[in-house]
Design a protein around this ligand. Structure first.
Ligand SMILES: *[C@@H]1O[C@H](CO)[C@@H](O)[C@H](O)[C@H]1NC(C)=O
Ligand SMILES: *[C@@H]1O[C@H](CO)[C@@H](O)[C@H](O)[C@H]1NC(C)=O
Ligand SMILES: *[C@@H]1O[C@H](CO)[C@@H](O)[C@H](O)[C@H]1NC(C)=O
Ligand SMILES: *[C@@H]1O[C@H](CO)[C@@H](O)[C@H](O)[C@H]1NC(C)=O
Ligand SMILES: *[C@@H]1O[C@H](CO)[C@@H](O)[C@H](O)[C@H]1NC(C)=O
Length: 378
């Protein structure tokens, strides 16, 4: 393949040849131009689902979507997700879900994430069960067979695109809400991480080079865990300590695995993004960002955390013979948690602004430099 078949991977009109040398030798001194990502391919679960689950199974009802889209938008959120803010920040249109065949345009990438997706395939899957049948391996198969194989005219996009991953929390949830003990869930982490990295290798082998990989958030701060395990020991910010400890073990193992992957995959630029820490700040210092009641769901029903396993945001519940609609709190923009599991648009914006700087990343690469394998450390 000649050099000319590749698009200029940079926003400036640098001569192609010079640029390809810069990219080939990865000289950090030359790594000063913004990366140009013509497309994003995202793999993940509900934190990054922009309508995949809605297209395949069931659309989230109103008031989901009320803040930004002013109607349900396939997202479990009042507005935009981190992936939406990311796309907007690099001037890409909102990412189309792979599963949505209506008016879909994969020119600028595709989103394979679905609500309730896991890394390890689960036995209990929708429509009869709980988790998404589109586990990470299935998403990679969709990428390989459904997009990669049919977008040949834009083959160069597959090298220059940004590959993002936000998945793993549901693997922990499956254990916590199943019959596993904390120790058993914790002990399952190496297998989950190993499966994750095998999937990343498969995508690399198809030509992907720039990876932006989120760790898992502070699950012990969510109403889902706090309401289901009311006797769990809390840390000084009201989060369930042991549940977060398992998430942190997941993150430590992921970080180590990605360090190894950087050695194994010679051409990959792999950024580990510590979204756990960025999200945890919303619970440890909510006032700084204008938030209140960080552990209480905005859209939910009942109890200390405004969360009930039997009814979700936008559903109805019968209380003392009266049907009650489970709607939004008055002002989602001052709340961290939307529905007990997912964050509000306001929280997602704060988190995106933090992580895009590179301050939460290993190596500390900002989003606009995430195509460079070697980036000068400060
Ligand atoms: C897809 O989007 C691109 C850019 O946004 C546009 O140029 C192209 O015409 C669109 N294709 C279809 C089939 O709508
Ligand atoms: C937990 O164990 C019980 C009894 O063995 C079983 O009926 C139930 O399905 C299990 N729950 C999950 C989520 O695996
Ligand atoms: C989880 O396992 C790791 C070892 O892989 C251990 O260091 C850690 O203490 C365990 N944490 C919990 C909460 O069991
Ligand atoms: C991940 O685990 C599942 C279930 O064990 C397995 O079928 C699949 O092949 C694994 N994926 C990879 C890429 O190793
Ligand atoms: C339902 O009725 C009981 C008994 O009258 C009362 O104590 C309780 O507060 C009511 N619950 C709600 C949510 O109104």
């Amino acid at each position: 393949m000649s050099l000319m078949e590749f698009p200029c991977p940079c926003k400036f009109h640098m001569p192609l040849l010079l640029l390809s040398i810069a990219i080939t030798i990865f000289d950090p001194a030359l790594a000063t131009k913004d990366c140009y990502f013509p497309a994003i391919f995202n793999f993940g679960a509900s934190n990054a689902d922009t309508g995949g689950f809605a297209a395949a199974f069931q659309a989230p009802p109103s008031p989901n979507g009320q803040t930004f889209f002013h109607r349900p938008s396939g997202r479990l959120c009042d507005g935009r997700l981190i992936i939406d803010f990311m796309g907007q920040s690099i001037a890409l249109p909102l990412l189309n879900p792979y599963l949505d065949s209506l008016g879909t345009n994969f020119t600028h990438g595709a989103n394979f994430a679905t609500v309730a997706s896991t890394i390890i395939p689960q036995r209990s899957v929708v429509p009869l069960g709980v988790f998404s049948p589109f586990s990470l391996g299935v998403q990679v198969t969709q990428f390989r067979g459904g997009v990669f194989a049919t977008l040949i005219p834009k083959e160069e996009y597959f090298h220059t695109a940004l590959y993002t991953f936000d998945i793993g929390q549901n693997d922990l949830t499956a254990g916590f809400l199943g019959n596993a003990t904390l120790q058993q869930v914790n002990a399952s982490v190496p297998n989950i991480i190993n499966n994750f990295t095998e999937n990343v290798k498969n995508i690399y082998n198809l030509g992907a080079r720039s990876f932006w990989i989120y760790n898992t958030g502070p699950i012990g701060c969510l109403p889902l865990i706090l309401a289901n395990f009311p006797s769990a020991e809390k840390d000084s910010y009201g989060c369930a300590k042991q549940y977060n400890a398992v998430a942190q073990n997941f993150n430590q193992k992921l970080k180590e695995a990605l360090a190894q992957l950087r050695v194994n995959l010679a051409l990959a630029a792999i950024t580990y993004v510590d979204v756990y820490s960025a999200k945890y700040i919303l619970f440890s210092n909510p006032e700084k960002y204008g938030f209140e009641h960080p552990h209480v769901a905005c859209c939910g029903y009942g109890g200390d955390y405004n969360y009930n396993n039997n009814v979700g945001c936008g559903g109805t519940i019968k209380v003392n013979g009266t049907e009650i609609f489970v709607g939004s709190c008055e002002n989602p923009s001052v709340r961290v948690i939307w529905d007990g599991i997912h964050y509000t648009e306001a929280a997602n914006k704060v988190v995106f602004d933090k992580i895009s700087t590179g301050k939460f990343s290993d190596p500390p690469i900002p989003l606009n430099m995430a195509c460079y394998r070697n980036f000068p450390r400060h």
